[in-house]
Ligand binder design. Structure first.
Ligand code: SF4
Length: 238
């Protein structure tokens, strides 16, 4: 009798192998995850000429999360929102294409850049192909960034749309969920069109941003970006 193959185990194994390939690719390309030099060179804004920031809407307390809830105002985002030297444009790409509430979605076979190149897909938790809608939403976000002359984007990490440092590789609800280095679809769309992106967990980069929007802010150099944390280095063996 032929032995039945457990397809979920095969999928987990394939995901793991692909994750290893992505990590090797990342090492080879030595990608800078955030551009601190760009942040240092950013102009010092004024009330009359505020810094134009694009933000994942959910970071600002807007109830656009997949289940109709908000994350609350994230402390790192709140500090930006409180400044009178910023103009914050808020956008939720998933809500744009799929409304709220909606299913969760993840990227299979690569990251957001791969999705934009037709090499990977976005699939909702019930198995619907969301690739086209996620690409459409990313284009809308890019249009907004251009229209508003955005100078920096601060996005929610881990999301299949907004993630910029780490996202899931495949199903986040899987028993053996796998993380991958990389951006979600909207973050990738912004990045490949020259918009600088930092995540809400890039604390070192955010420090530089705070020093621009608060003239008296004293830079805390002990802070780390997400890719500089022990968890990241340990998980991705970097
Ligand atoms: S992470 Fe992005 S897509 Fe997800 S809820 Fe927040 S703004 Fe919307």
């Amino acid at each position: 009798m032929r032995k039945k193959v457990d397809s979920s185990k095969v999928f987990v194994m394939l995901n793991y192998v692909y994750g290893e390939v992505l990590i090797k690719r990342h090492r080879k390309e030595k990608k800078a995850m955030t551009d601190k030099e760009y942040l240092r060179q950013l102009r010092v804004p004024t009330k009359e000429n505020p810094l134009r920031i694009l933000m994942s809407a959910c970071l600002s307390g807007i109830t656009c999360g997949w289940d109709g809830t908000a994350n609350g105002e994230f402390p790192t985002a709140l500090k930006i929102l409180k400044s009178d030297r910023v103009k914050v444009v808020k956008f939720c790409p998933e809500e744009y294409s799929y409304g709220t509430p909606r299913e969760m979605s993840d990227i299979y076979g690569g990251n957001g850049f791969d999705v934009l190149e037709g090499k990977a897909r976005v699939v909702s938790e019930n198995g619907e192909d969301w690739t086209a809608g996620m690409i459409k939403a990313s284009e809308k976000m890019l249009d907004l960034a251009k229209q508003e002359q955005i100078e920096i984007a601060v996005l929610m990490d881990i999301s299949a749309a907004c993630g910029s440092q780490v996202i899931y590789l495949g199903n986040r609800f899987s028993e053996n969920k796998v993380y991958q280095i990389g951006a979600g679809v909207s973050a990738a769309q912004l990045m490949r069109n020259g918009v600088k992106v930092i995540s809400h967990r890039d604390y070192a980069s955010l420090e530089i941003l705070y020093s621009k929007i608060y003239p008296n802010h004293s830079l805390d150099t002990s802070k780390k970006d997400h890719h500089e944390t022990d968890w990241y280095k340990e998980y991705f063996k970097i």
